[in-house]
Design a protein around this ligand. Structure first.
Ligand SMILES: Cc1ncc(COP(=O)(O)O)c(C=O)c1O
Length: 400
């Protein structure tokens, strides 16, 4: 299992973890950062920081230029029509909460919000709570055996009362591309708003929001080899114009009096307070880094994933959840509690994730208390998988 990674050497975090005896296989939770991102962060932080959009002085102008350059880059990377369609948030979770508040006034009582059974809590709970606040119906699209949203059921469930569809592009538990195009077509026939959770999908295929034709798309920098604390909310300009403001404070205001105020349009109207300037600049470096990747990246990910699946499937009693297509695999082992397995893997320096993966309703629907997830980054190689499988075999020998 050679599967060398040409990118591994660019990740000091991987070297540091290796020196600590740790094999990192939890990139779907958060990814290590390439040197280029660390350099960009240090250059900004050590080069004299300043707040953005507020100051007339040189450092302020420089920081604002770098900050806004990332917005243009993000627009280009997502193939948005304009950088005004890009709002910086703290991450996918905040983007989705922003939408659930910002769109609330458009959803009449009795309307339906449609999500899938595969959603991460970040794309379930904001809509669930909105439904509870407004007396709406939350409709859950079921999955097929492989872990894809069932399109026949979707065609039956998405109807005239559907006002909003919010679905994941790639499940963080099942590792499958969802049939987003077909689902968006069904929703659009009903005139519903469409939201795509790209937190996992954006990492493995560059999104094209115009080709997708969605109203909103969200993702998080920290999963894209960038800094934590910043995420993107793309909104088609006509859809953004419908959003109600949700957080209030500095810089999002056009004019304020003691008793009333008027607010800016997107994007600045939705970026109240001092943003994560350094993280946004670091995200710019991450997008640069991602833009330089070629076909070899997808081929490396595919080869690693195939080796991961083959290794899991070869072990008796190991049951992979659904039929993952890329990036990750979740599994449970008959007769073994996932917490015991997690403990023994962790003792052997294997950093994988165990539990409900912030998708508790899905794990419950699968009849499990939890599952173990191995997820891959571009820096992982065949030796990482070998260490994982050796540790898994040791653990299972002890536990069974
Ligand atoms: C599919 C999916 N959606 C949303 C999120 C939330 O992302 P964040 O924690 O960066 O806000 C995650 C994080 O794991 C995810 O996997």
């Amino acid at each position: 299992m050679a599967l060398n990674s040409p990118w591994r050497a660019e990740f000091p975090g991987i070297r540091a973890l290796e020196a600590d005896g740790q094999t990192y296989l939890d990139s779907a939770a958060t990814a290590q950062k390439p040197q280029a991102v660390l350099d960009a962060l240090l250059a900004y932080l050590a080069g004299g920081v300043a707040n953005v959009h507020r100051a007339q002085h040189l450092p302020g102008e420089r920081a604002t230029r770098a900050f806004e350059a990332t917005r243009s880059q993000a627009a280009q990377w997502l193939n948005a029509l304009s950088s005004d369609e890009i709002i910086f948030t703290r991450g996918s979770t905040e983007s989705l909460n922003l939408l659930a508040y910002g769109l609330e006034h458009l959803l009449p009582p009795g309307a339906q919000i449609v999500v899938s059974a595969a959603e991460h809590h970040a794309n379930l709970l904001p809509w669930q709570q909105l439904a509870k606040r407004r007396g709406l119906e939350l409709v859950i699209l079921p999955l097929d055996q492989a872990g894809s949203i069932d399109l026949n059921e979707a065609a039956r469930l998405i109807g005239p009362a559907t006002c909003l569809l919010a679905i994941t592009q790639l499940s963080n538990v099942l590792g499958r591309w969802q049939p987003v195009d077909a689902l968006l077509a069904l929703a659009k026939t009903q005139g519903a708003l469409t939201v795509i959770d790209g937190a996992q999908g954006a990492v493995h295929a560059r999104p094209d929001v115009q080709a997708l034709g969605c109203d909103f798309y969200v993702c998080s920098a920290h999963k894209l080899y960038g800094p934590d604390g910043v995420g993107l909310l793309y909104g088609r300009s006509e859809a953004l114009a419908k959003l109600q403001h949700w957080q209030f404070g500095g810089e999002m205001v056009l004019d304020a009096d003691y008793q009333d105020a008027r607010f800016r349009a997107a994007p600045l109207g939705f970026e109240a307070g001092t943003p994560a300037v350094s993280a946004v600049i670091g995200l710019g470096a991450a997008l640069d880094w991602l833009s330089r990747l070629d076909q070899t990246a997808a081929a490396h990910e595919a080869a690693l994933h195939a080796a991961l699946l083959a290794g899991l499937q070869a072990r008796p009693g190991v049951q992979v959840l659904g039929e993952p297509q890329l990036a990750l695999a979740c599994f449970h082992v008959e007769g073994v509690h996932n917490a015991d397995l997690a403990h023994l893997l962790s003792e052997q320096g294997i950093a994988v994730r165990t539990g409900h993966h912030c998708a508790m309703p899905l794990i419950k629907r699968l009849g499990l208390a939890g599952a173990t997830r191995v997820s891959l980054g571009l820096y992982n190689d065949g030796a990482d998988l070998q260490r994982f499988f050796a540790a898994l075999d040791n653990a299972l020998e002890l536990l069974r």
